[in-house]
Design a protein around this ligand. Structure first.
Ligand SMILES: [Zn+2]
Length: 382
């Protein structure tokens, strides 16, 4: 999965960005192949059925305990197996390319925190799914979608106040001048003022980022301290305007609705596929937790096929937010220079291969965003 060779005139950072992207693409492919291999081996060796039987012998009719312990052991085992790849991909590569500022111990502590979070969420989520499979074998996929939406709403609401603060310091922006300018920008754009917060990325990474996070009362704009430091006032306001664009367009709700539609389709496909598959592999019903690898296989394959579609939708929302930013600040200049800085700082390939952008990019490439911003500026009324 190597990218096209860069033209000889490409600056050093573009070459480094291409190498960095190639490493990530290879890791993506490797994770995918290993995941499918592990799921297949777990099913075909009978290890999954054996664990389920063992837990049933131990807990008898306490199926909720059987399912809970099965998912906990299985998800933990998988994470342990993938640990070398996580360490290499998320730490070694980041250090090698000069993007991470963390010590190995600091990284490991963050890894443990996110592992704990994933295990907790995974066990709750799959316990609910298997309870639904048992109680409502015909319509479980519909209820599973409802649970998915509930999960998404709770997690999105909690993200900026509970989850993100586990990893980064998040505090109200202390720059009174910038807060006033942000409020002014929001009023001029006809958007109700939202909180602007400083997102403490600097102690862990060299990369910069900004985001609209939360839902309802927890909704807020996060500006990385790495961005506040190295960017001009105009560039920061252009980025703020982009985030206000997401806010104005209701993009968090839109993306959640799109996610719910895909989840419904995914669960429905799994429902249809599982009926036949469980019989082939000798399980009594899809509600038998021993058949977990089959459910994971269906959902994993579906999410892989759905990825380009959800990415395409996300890219459209990003371009709409860029358009909004250019119209609000009435110029493309500050957004273009901010995007250019972000590309250098985050080691982004400015013009990736079109098929890679189509498959894997949740944001349009920097080159595409810059071209579009200039086109929107050219169409501004004078
Ligand atoms: Zn955005």
């Amino acid at each position: 999965m190597s990218a096209e060779p860069a033209p000889p005139s490409a600056p050093d950072d573009e070459l480094r960005a291409r190498k960095y992207e190639a490493v990530h693409n290879r890791l993506f492919l490797l994770r995918l192949v290993i995941t499918l291999g592990v799921v297949a081996a777990y099913l075909l060796t009978g290890a999954s059925a054996e664990l389920a039987d063992g837990l049933r012998t131990r807990f008898g009719r306490g199926w909720l305990l059987v399912n809970g312990f099965y998912t906990l052991i299985t998800l933990f085992g998988f994470s342990a197996l993938m640990f070398p790849l996580s360490y290499y991909g998320d730490y070694v590569v980041e250090r090698r390319y000069g993007l991470s500022r963390q010590s190995p111990e600091g990284w490991f502590l963050d890894y443990l925190k996110s592992l704990g979070l994933e295990l907790m969420l995974g066990v709750v989520f799959f316990s609910v799914i298997y309870a639904l499979l048992r109680w409502l074998p015909g319509s479980w996929w519909l209820w599973a979608t409802a649970c998915y939406v509930l999960f998404a709403v709770v997690l999105t609401s909690l993200a900026p106040v509970v989850i993100l603060p586990l990893f980064h310091k998040i505090e109200p922006l202390d720059n009174a001048e910038l807060v006033a300018a942000a409020g002014d920008l929001a009023r001029r754009a006809g958007v109700r003022v939202v909180g602007v917060f400083r997102w403490g990325l600097e102690e862990k990474t060299e990369t910069a980022n900004a985001a609209l996070a939360g839902l309802g009362r927890t909704r807020r704009i996060l500006l990385g301290d790495t961005l506040l430091k190295g960017y001009s006032r105009e560039e920061i306001l252009a980025i703020l305007a982009h985030e206000l664009g997401h806010y104005r367009h209701g993009d968090i709700a839109r993306l959640m609705a799109a996610g719910a539609a895909l989840a419904a389709l995914g669960f429905f496909v799994a429902q249809a596929a599982l009926k036949g598959l469980v019989a082939v592999f000798g399980f009594a019903s899809p509600a038998d937790i021993g058949s977990f690898p089959l459910l994971v296989f269906c959902l994993f394959l579906f999410s892989l096929i759905a990825l380009p579609f959800s990415n395409a939708y996300s890219r459209r929302r990003e371009l709409a937010a860029d358009d909004y930013a250019v119209r609000t600040v009435e110029s493309a200049g500050p957004l273009v220079s901010a995007l250019d800085k972000l590309a250098s700082q985050n080691l982004a390939v400015r013009r990736p291969a079109a098929w890679l952008e189509f498959l894997l990019y949740s944001h349009p490439s920097i080159a595409r965003r810059i071209e579009r911003a200039r086109a929107v500026e050219a169409a501004l009324p004078r």
